[in-house]
Design a protein around this ligand. Structure first.
Ligand SMILES: Cc1cc2nc3c(=O)[nH]c(=O)nc-3n(C[C@H](O)[C@H](O)[C@H](O)COP(=O)(O)OP(=O)(O)OC[C@H]3O[C@@H](n4cnc5c(N)ncnc54)[C@H](O)[C@@H]3O)c2cc1C
Length: 510
């Protein structure tokens, strides 16, 4: 269910283990507009329209926002689609960017050390083009094994309650909402329908199963546009194609991301020769405006350091300003349900867990979960009935790594709101408020562990700004090549404690 990033990658992995795979997708993603458009037409759609809804693609509302594909996700895509990279580089005028030489990244207010001990490559592409090209590759490579049912919305599960099995799904043609639903049966069913999945509702209705969930609302807001960068006169900015300034709540609730998506040929020597996606982001409801570029520039001047203002001031805007305000951290804690979870059914990608988009983790998280599912089938020693439980355990460990990176900082948001539903369906709402804005909800309590992580995060960033190795380790985690626990190796712990101690000592001397 769902034929976006998670659905495409999962289908590609499972072609080795299933004779026939059906992807049910609510949008018309195989229309000529997507499948036959030239690279320039796709770019034109991206720049001209405020969203791809008028092209029949409304199912991924974040489609037009900046999307970084972390290194591990890039490796997975190259493994599954060996032709993909060449096609993108040769036909779509995109290229790889080096994090060592072409990136400037500020974390918790500290510029990461740029003299990395190893390099990482990011593909500079927009999400709309990437997804469209991946789908074409899937059809080309596995067209005879994979059937698409587009314009078809899944509306319910078909289950055998007594055996605790999901046997199939019911779907409806999207444009005939009054038509009766059609039944489709399968040996294994995967929900890749993204952040608005109905699985929690379906499992409750069909099995009376309550899925424990945690939702963290941190007042996220994004405004994105495509633009052409021109020189600012500051070589330390103009030489960097990728620019990131991360949120650092509670004091710094605004950030920036600039990612190139297309190389352009230009005679203007002041142009940097790329189109990029520009994102202004916030936590704590400090939303960037999208009514006019002048107002957005004013917001940047007020909220961000002057260097970012100079970049935006010298940028030519080439698309509408697109806003997104619905991002939250949202986790379905499927691992807590053990064998109560039904057989032959799993959630994957955003359907299982969504994160603060600032950290650029979601697509790679979905790719890694899909690879893990492929591995479980490859191990060839598990009964089909056990696979959903094994997957839930292993996939949630992948979610946990990304969750840690995302929520450690998000939990510091002044207007934080957390909604927790436990296995029995009891809902607790926690909300941070101060004397000026009291709330009836419980105050969120931060565990000692979380408080330590927040403290560590700050001092680690300071150390990393001076250390090649720690910055490299940070990039390894961010690219999902390594678990966040490598940031707590004994030598690193010592360096972080030492930096914090020296700082406290110097302060107390003043
Ligand atoms: C503003 C923003 C910026 C982001 N930036 C980044 C980034 O830089 N890097 C990154 O890695 N991630 C980023 N993400 C996260 C990323 O978009 C998601 O993690 C990723 O799209 C998840 O893929 P998915 O396939 O699981 O779900 P989706 O991409 O949401 O796909 C779900 C699919 O299911 C279909 N569907 C939905 N309901 C049904 C139904 N009932 N029946 C049939 N089909 C259905 C939809 O049409 C869609 O095709 C960002 C998210 C946001 C909100």
């Amino acid at each position: 269910m769902g034929g976006s990033i998670g659905g495409i990658v999962t289908a590609a992995y499972l072609t080795k283990y299933f004779k026939r795979i059906t992807i049910i997708e609510s949008d018309d993603v195989l229309s000529d507009t997507f499948m036959k458009s030239t690279p320039n037409q796709l770019l034109d759609y991206r720049c001209r329209l405020a969203s791809p809804t008028s092209l029949g693609r409304s199912g991924v509302s974040q489609m037009y926002h900046s999307h970084v594909l972390a290194g591990e996700g890039y490796i997975i895509l190259q493994e599954l689609f060996p032709q993909l990279k060449d096609k993108l580089l040769n036909e779509y005028d995109v290229r790889d960017y080096s994090l060592k030489t072409e990136c400037r990244f500020v974390v918790n207010g500290f510029v990461l050390n740029q003299d990395l001990t190893e390099d990482f490559l990011w593909l500079g592409i927009d999400r709309f083009t990437l997804e469209t090209v991946m789908r074409k590759e899937l059809c080309l490579q596995y067209g005879n094994q994979i059937e698409w049912k587009c314009n078809s919305r899944v509306v319910q599960l078909i289950v055998d309650q007594s055996l605790n099995i999901v046997k199939g799904i019911k779907y409806r043609q999207k444009h005939h909402v009054d038509s009766s639903s059609i039944d489709l049966y399968g040996d294994f069913i995967i929900d890749c329908t993204g952040r608005n999945t109905s699985s929690v509702k379906w499992l409750k209705e069909r099995f009376n199963l309550i899925v424990p969930t945690i939702q963290i609302h941190f007042g996220a807001g994004y405004v994105t546009f495509v633009g052409e960068r021109f020189k600012t006169g500051d070589p330390s900015l103009d030489s960097k194609h990728i620019i990131g300034y991360g949120l650092s709540p509670p004091d710094k609730n605004t950030g920036v991301g600039i990612i190139p998506i297309h190389e352009i040929k230009t005679m203007d020597e002041n142009s940097l020769g790329t189109l990029s996606t520009f994102t202004l982001q916030c936590a704590n409801y400090e939303y960037p405006p999208n009514d006019s570029y002048e107002n957005l520039l004013e917001w940047i001047k007020e909220k961000l350091d002057p260097e970012y203002y100079s970049i935006f001031k010298s940028t030519k805007v080439c698309s509408p300003l697109v806003s997104y305000r619905r991002a939250i951290d949202d986790r379905k804690c499927v691992e807590q349900l053990g064998k109560k979870w039904p057989q032959n059914y799993v959630l994957l990608g955003d359907a299982m867990c969504t994160f603060n988009p600032t950290y650029g983790q979601g697509m790679t998280h979905a790719c890694r979960q899909a690879r893990e599912l492929g591995k479980i089938f490859q191990e060839n020693c598990h009964k089909l009935k056990d696979i959903s439980h094994i997957f839930n355990r292993r996939a949630s460990a992948i979610s946990e790594e990304c969750w840690l990176l995302s929520t450690t900082n998000d939990s510091k948001t002044p207007t934080l709101k957390i909604i927790k539903t436990d296995k029995n369906g009891e809902i607790k709402i926690y909300q941070r408020g101060d004397d000026s804005a009291p709330t009836e909800n419980l105050q969120p309590r931060e565990s000692l562990m979380l408080q330590f992580m927040q403290w560590y995060n700050h001092w680690f960033s300071q150390c990393a700004s001076k250390s090649r190795q720690l910055s490299t380790d940070f990039y390894r985690v961010m690219n999902q090549h390594s678990s966040p626990f490598i940031l707590m190796k004994p030598t690193t712990l010592l360096a972080v404690f030492h930096t914090a101690f020296i700082n406290y000592f110097n302060l107390s001397k003043k």
